[in-house]
Ligand binder design. Structure first.
Ligand code: ATP
Ligand code: MG
Length: 504
């Protein structure tokens, strides 16, 4: 089962971008090798080469010292490689077991015995400690659960080399633990693993070695990662020192700007109420599935409220649709920005401007292209979106840079009063997180009321003026910044009896 993997001098150029430039490193059997670097550094490109989706322009990939060429994804899979890509590939209308068995396990006659297959899947899922119903349709699952399916799919193939591209970015604490156990078991089984993540804690917890990329080049490989300090990694990734990525700025708070009173909906287990002052940043923490996104969807008019009142600047308002919310100056930047947000074929500039276009219509008929270009360039600069130009189609940007572009769309909306951000820094590198927090502080300084949902506890503690904690569909409590310790927040967030089902 064991294999060693070697990248030797790999190069890859896209129009206007040198994505990889002479990258060489080894991944040994029985090793978890972390890959870190800023958004657009070339990490996913390397995995796409390994997975047979892209061909390198130069260099070689070797497995057990033998050069391999993957003309297609199928060829890579056949060589015992499993790449779990950043963008999930799944068929929404199939069930969990059908998805897991896609392309696998037909019998000698080419038939799939569905009953036996389902039993097999159930057994394997249970053995992996994953709590999923094999009969559930994928579209009914959370992103986290779909991610689990994708990971299990690779594991069922018994791959020798397994590469995971930001697998935990939408997993809960519990699911992350399940995944980590899977990874450790695979490592113990002497497989070679590559693990991409922007979360430093995970890299230290899971990886033996780590390679850092910057602008398509390998900056360093650390073979004894445990001995390397964090600051060194950050410095290597961003090429400069960042002393405090949160850089919290206290600011005077005004009157209550936004009140939510007794909102009820299907996804909530109790009526929810909260307010946000002018200039205030309220962090919403909870385990994945605690009901934070669901509550905000009700508030924003994306889902139908059964009951409840919304008050903006002292005036009760009706928010029956998202359009109505936006007209009141309330925006929500969704968690699943890919699914709800991106227009893949449109340019970066068009994607940034989509929701505020109506402001640019001259006489209601023509788009003001100049203004569109200005807004796009402003955000490309502000958030350091890595793109050859604003005219690049957004689907060619790296995952994190797409996130930044879509986040800009909501921040570019003029006359914002209330900004709800759902996991605003998911998949975003340390340097760019810093820029995003700055934009959030600026909005607050302009008097916006800000709600920030985040599953990253250090981020919630680092950026919020006040923290509201949700648990199992209800608001469990709140803490002012001064009293908010990791311990205090977690004790509100954790259910009495924990289980994957509750955390998922
Ligand atoms: N198909 C493509 N066409 C054009 N440019 C591309 C293509 N794929 C990737 N790129 C560019 O190559 C560079 C590296 O992208 P890659 O996706 O490998 O980055 P990454 O390190 O995975 O970043 P992230 O952390 O944001 O996921 C980026 O500048 C990206 O825009
Ligand atoms: Mg990537």
């Amino acid at each position: 089962m064991s294999a060693t993997l070697r990248f030797d001098n790999i190069g890859k150029v896209f129009p206007g971008v040198r994505a990889l430039d002479g990258v060489s490193f080894d991944v040994n059997a029985g090793e978890v090798h972390g890959l870190m670097g800023e958004n657009g550094a070339g990490k996913s490109t390397l995995l796409k080469i390994l997975g047979g989706e892209y061909q390198p322009d130069s260099g070689r990939v070797l497995i057990d010292e033998k050069e391999v060429h993957f003309a297609s994804a199928a060829a890579s899979i056949a060589s015992g490689i499993a790449v779990i890509h950043q963008e999930l590939q799944y068929v929404p209308d199939l069930t969990v077991s059908e998805n897991l068995l896609l392309g696998a396990l037909p019998n000698r006659l080419g038939w799939v015995n569905k009953r036996a297959a389902k039993a097999h899947v159930r057994e394997r899922l249970a053995a992996m400690g994953v709590d999923l119903d094999p009969n559930a349709k994928l579209r009914k699952l959370s992103i986290a659960q779909r991610q689990m399916v994708e990971i299990c799919k690779a594991l069922l193939r018994n791959a020798r080399v397994i590469a995971l591209d930001e697998p935990t970015s939408s997993l809960s604490h519990r699911e992350t633990e399940v995944l980590f156990k899977l990874v450790r078991d695979l490592k113990a089984d002497n497989r070679a693993l590559i693990y991409i993540s922007h979360r430093m804690d995970e890299i230290y917890e899971l990886c033996d070695a780590c390679t850092i990329f910057r602008d398509g080049r390998k900056i360093a490989s650390h073979l004894a990662l445990a001995e390397v300090p964090r600051d060194t990694l950050v410095q290597e990734m961003v090429g400069r020192e960042i002393s405090d990525i949160y850089d919290y700025r206290a600011r005077p708070l005004g009157e209550t700007r936004f009140s939510v009173k007794n909102v009820e909906g299907d996804a909530l287990s109790a009526p929810a109420s909260f307010d946000v002052k002018r200039g205030e940043i309220v962090g919403f923490f909870g385990l994945v599935g605690a009901g934070r996104s669901e509550l905000m969807h009700l508030v924003y008019g994306a889902d139908k409220k059964k009951h409840g009142e919304i008050v903006l600047d002292g005036q009760p308002i009706k928010v029956r649709s998202t359009g109505e919310a936006i007209r009141h100056g309330i925006v929500l930047c969704p968690e699943d920005r890919k699914e709800e947000g991106i227009v893949a074929m449109a340019t970066v500039a068009e994607n940034i401007n989509i929701s505020c276009r109506r402001h640019y219509l001259r006489g209601g008929l023509f788009l003001d292209r100049k203004k569109e270009a200005q807004t796009a360039d402003r955000f490309i600069q502000l958030l350091k979106i890595k793109t050859p130009s604003r005219k690049q189609r957004i689907r060619f940007l790296s995952g994190g840079n797409q996130q930044k572009a879509i986040l800009s769309r909501w921040l570019a909306e003029p006359d914002l009063k209330v900004v709800i951000l759902d996991e605003p820094t998911r998949g975003i590198d340390v340097g760019a997180k810093h820029e995003i927090y700055n934009v959030i502080y600026q909005l607050a300084e302009r008097g916006c009321a800000i709600v920030m949902i985040s599953s990253e506890l250090p981020e919630v503690l680092g950026v919020s003026d006040r923290i509201v904690v949700m648990r199992q569909g209800r608001i469990a409590g709140e803490l002012p910044r001064e009293n908010a310790s990791e311990q205090a927040v977690l004790s509100l967030a954790l259910p009495q009896s924990e289980s994957v089902a509750q955390a998922a």
